[in-house]
Design a protein around this ligand. Sequence first.
Ligand SMILES: C[S@@+](CC[C@H](N)C(=O)[O-])C[C@H]1O[C@@H](n2cnc3c(N)ncnc32)[C@H](O)[C@@H]1O
Length: 371
Amino acid sequence: MTDQFFDEPRQHSKIKAQIVAKYFPAWAKIMAAQLRPGGSLVYLDLMAGPGYYDDGSPSTPILVAEQVLANARLRGVVRLVLNDADPVHAAQLRAAMEGLPDIPSLKQGFHIYQKEVDDGFTEELARVRLAPTFAFVDPWGYKGLTRALIGSLVKDWGCECLFFFNFEAVRRALQNPLVDPAMEALFSPVRAAELRTRMPSLAPAQQEAEALSQLDGALMEVGAKYVLPFRFHLTAPHHRSYHLVFVTKHVLGYTIMKEVMRDLSTRPSLIDGSFEYVPADANYPGLLALLSPPEELAPMLRRDFAGCELQVRAVFEQHHIGKAFVLRDYKSALKQLLIEGHIKVRDPLAKKRRAGALADDLVVCFPPAGG
Ligand SMILES: C[S@@+](CC[C@H](N)C(=O)[O-])C[C@H]1O[C@@H](n2cnc3c(N)ncnc32)[C@H](O)[C@@H]1O
């Protein structure tokens, strides 16, 4: 697989790159507003690849660089730190970055490293205090991916991480005693042992759910507060799943990433007849509690907020963690409840409002249960 990886982007690689390239500028614009004068933000790509596929398509670091270069504020504050252990990839990446027409306008510049991401690298990272950083970790298989690495990437203020999790490679590794140390470094010795014991008796979909749940637990143990997975599912004949896993301590990042993933999800439709992009679903009980269809939200809100009075925005903020719904789902559900007469909405400011819009600061009144 690795030999052909950079021939041309496969569908799931394109979606993967789009998730990063859409999330990073959205996150960076918000973080930039909170920076002290002279402060910077970092895009850290630890396994960045050569920059372009052989067919000339740009890959993740180039797409991110283009987004940064297109925005005056981001050009001033973002530092691009790109790494790849492969000397050829690192050299190609340098040439690719130097070839970007506006690259001289990047005030903080870009930095290319050629380091192996291993235990020593992780120990170094654990010792330094990072500027607000969005880190992307995209290994071949699970090589170099450890919970200590993710923990050291998210330990500092404003730091988040997105990594590629190859469930198929992990599933095979859990059956191979020779790579026990790698699985223990990823899940923890206790969790890896639990997985080895439980996996053989589980159906494939449950195996995936179990691995994701254990991964979620392992990430929480190293400092994560919110974990958001996005699944690339290859349907028959492959039946293989890959995941992008987003890890943050900040609800804002979680909220933005959920929007980005949701926009790029084609659930339940299929692309190319073979891929399906789904956010976490009900198979991941410890992770996202569920992926209920949006039509289930309205009755859920009536039940969960019975007798409450609160702003539209507060309904969303108090309810969406651990669920697949985004703000627009909440607004649609509330509009539906309003039309059906199940809630009342009042405007504390009696402002002139756009007809049909449900502004964030309107107050929603839910009748008591059974009312
Ligand atoms: C899946 S590719 C990355 C693709 C890239 N994210 C993109 O969007 O084009 C993995 C890259 O990571 C590099 N790599 C793999 N293991 C590594 C490690 N332990 N440390 C540093 N680089 C590594 C490989 O040389 C390869 O270029």
